[in-house]
Design a protein around this ligand. Structure first.
Ligand SMILES: O=C(O)[C@H](O)[C@@H](O)[C@H](O)[C@H](O)COP(=O)(O)O
Length: 235
């Protein structure tokens, strides 16, 4: 009996603009509901080149942003002054307009090593209002999500669904620089998990990841996510 494809829902859009509007609507509704239910909201977002338009669209949504904490799905081991910084990407595109009132909890720490930074961030992020209400994941053309790179040292540890860590360091030749990643259980435990990908090439990679027996890292999110993964895709 072949294992059924993990539960997910494909939301297709004609353009990046339509996708950004729909994802911003859904995410702002989820944040409002979390604030109404528990007085606060916690969202983790990814970096990279895909989410910019979505961030700028979400930043103008009307909600009690002062009760929202934005954190990162992953981060390059670089300071916010670096053009590679996801914290800088979020500051410049999401923490603007109405969302400028939101709180931010980044992963980077100015330590000698990524290991030390991950350990410090892991300690300090325990204080956040877990579980995530929203996790926005991206995906690379190699099937990585967060910083779960296929060539990462100790990938099994990064994908351990029972990890008691929140942040782990990542060393992977294909990653460019050392990374800091939120762990699978933290991401999989979110009340709403969106995978935001654009283009036909990534759609093909995702289709491969959803085949039985796939070992692409993104598949681990589908296999362990508490909620069905909502895929947001535009060509
Ligand atoms: O730090 C990062 O780069 C992201 O968090 C990473 O996981 C990203 O989502 C994918 O690499 C896709 O990146 P693109 O959107 O640039 O294709």
């Amino acid at each position: 009996m072949l294992a059924a494809a993990p539960k997910h829902h494909l939301n297709r859009f004609a353009s990046s603009r339509e996708l950004a509007d729909a994802l911003a609507d859904t995410v702002s509704d989820r944040l409002r509901a979390a604030i109404s239910h528990r007085g606060k909201a916690l969202i983790a977002v990814s970096g990279g080149t895909t989410p910019g338009l979505f961030f700028r669209t979400l930043s103008s949504r009307d909600l009690d942003w002062a009760k929202v904490t934005v954190t990162l799905v992953d981060e390059r081991f670089v300071p916010a002054s670096s053009p590679r910084s996801n914290a800088a990407l979020v500051a410049e595109n999401l923490l603007q307009n109405n969302a400028a009132a939101a709180n931010f909890a980044g992963l980077y720490r100015p330590t000698e090593t990524a290991e030390e930074a991950a350990s410090q961030a892991d300690d300090e992020l325990q204080a956040l209002a877990w579980p995530l209400d929203v996790a926005i994941l991206g995906m690379g053309g190699d099937g990585h999500t967060a910083s779960f790179f296929p060539d990462a040292e100790g990938l099994d540890r990064l994908l351990d669904p029972s990890s008691d860590r929140t942040v782990l360091p990542v060393s992977a030749p294909s990653a460019g620089e050392p990374r800091l990643t939120m762990t699978l259980p933290r991401l999989a435990g979110a009340g709403f998990v969106a995978l935001h990908i654009e283009g036909n090439a990534k759609r093909d990679v995702l289709d491969k990841a959803l085949q039985p027996g796939s070992h692409l890292p993104v598949r681990a999110v589908f296999d362990h996510s508490r909620q069905p993964v909502e895929i947001f895709w535009a060509p």
